[in-house]
Design a protein around this ligand. Sequence first.
Ligand code: FES
Length: 133
Amino acid sequence: GLSTDFIFLFPNHRLVTPACLEKLNQRRDISSWLARWFPRTPAKSVVALKTPIKVELVAGKTYRWCVCGRSKKQPFCDGSHFFQRTGLSPLKFKAQETRTVMLCTCKATQKPPYCDGTHRSERVQKAEVGAPL
Ligand code: FES
């Protein structure tokens, strides 16, 4: 843990005052906060829907495609990956041209953020909405 690292880093630091302990405690709080909100092992993506969503992308605009499957604004991110502490991040992409595309919502596509037809597979069709594959 952090406190042992701290002691290891400062082996000659003999004087342990209440202020020192308080500082150690604060550092531990920060690390547990970080571990809580930015978990190292990411959660699995869940199936948001089993059909893609047609979207008109505008040239030059940046989009954030939901990767975790928990967003209520499919196919885009609404911050759920963070608030549900998934350790996942949305896929940010910039549209090169204005065009209508099909964006994946099953989160199993091999060509994110675009639908590649994977949602039609038995694996996705048998999965539960809101559950991982
Ligand atoms: S919606 Fe995911 S591959 Fe089609």
